[in-house]
Design a protein around this ligand. Structure first.
Ligand code: PAF
Length: 275
């Protein structure tokens, strides 16, 4: 695997590539990321992973500083997974001057759900993803469904800006107890780790109720919030939404997704389940 810190070096290395598949990450890689790398091979003769902890998508007081940086271990995992190129730029390479042009998703996409609790997050995320697309110029880019709203924002970005990039989703990878793999799971204490799978179990319970014909979206959401609170969680939202635009579903809509974000101790976990 070739490791590139510089944009020029990566571009030179990709000059003769025919089909490039990109998997953007912020590092601290787990099996979910590795599954995306394996999936990427189907779409590209050159698989490019990127590792860049993007300051722009963190708000002051979030975990930018303490976000786990495990570069040596990540390189080993990527190399074992057969990744061809790792793009791992410094901040100075990505943002040589303060960023003054942004990709600003519409408020309907960016100010709901996670965007309501993390103002500016999707603007910072979409801006760095656009920069990565410009730098790598992939034919395909892969993103995990665990960040469901992120995936929707990126799909719309590609569509509205006519980028010739196919966006391929990767399924959420879970531990045996159901907990969605996340770089932030490492923040959990042993006790919190045992509690954390409750979030997924409750999503499954809502999904089962919806499949069984319930359309009491608000009732299901509120009961789940109350149950999480009774176990020490601080939920941001539990929301039944349409899969395509993440807006409130009408009574007869199908193609739903249940999304959740909740704080357990000092760790904010997100998860979702398609119905
Ligand atoms: O999902 C992530 O890890 C990040 O949001 C991404 C897409 C790499 C952009 O920084």
């Amino acid at each position: 695997m070739q490791i590139h810190e510089k944009i020029a070096g990566l571009r030179a290395a990709l000059k003769t590539a025919r089909r490039v598949a990109l998997v953007p990450t912020m590092g601290n890689l787990h099996e979910g990321h590795i599954a995306l790398m394996t999936q990427a091979r189907v779409h590209g003769d050159s698989v490019v992973a990127s590792i860049f902890v993007n300051r722009l998508q963190f708000r002051p007081g979030e975990d930018f500083e303490k976000y786990p940086r495990t570069f040596a271990a990540d390189c080993e995992k990527l190399s074992t997974a057969g990744v061809d190129h790792l793009f791992a730029p410094t901040e100075a390479e990505m943002y040589p001057q303060p960023q003054s042009y942004y990709i600003d998703p519409s408020p309907e996409q960016a100010n709901i759900l996670d965007g309501e609790f993390r103002p500016g997050h999707f603007r910072g995320m979409a801006t760095v993803v656009m920069k990565l697309f410009q730098i790598v110029q992939p034919q395909t880019a892969l993103f995990g469904k665990k960040d469901y709203q992120q995936l929707m924002v990126i799909r719309n970005l590609v569509q509205e800006l006519n980028l010739p990039i196919e966006i391929v989703p990767g399924d959420t990878v879970r531990a045996a107890d159901g907990l969605a793999l996340s770089s932030r799971n490492g923040y959990l204490s042993a006790v919190e780790k045992a509690e954390a799978p409750r979030l997924y179990r409750l999503l499954e319970r809502i999904a089962a109720a919806l499949r069984g014909g319930s359309r009491d979206f608000a009732g299901l959401e509120q009961a789940t919030i109350a149950e999480l609170q009774s176990h020490g969680w601080i939920p941001d939202y539990i929301a039944v939404r349409n899969r395509t635009d993440l807006q409130l579903p009408a009574f007869h809509d199908s193609g739903l997704v249940v999304l959740a974000a909740a704080q357990l101790g000092s760790t904010r976990l997100i998860d979702n389940l398609e119905v």
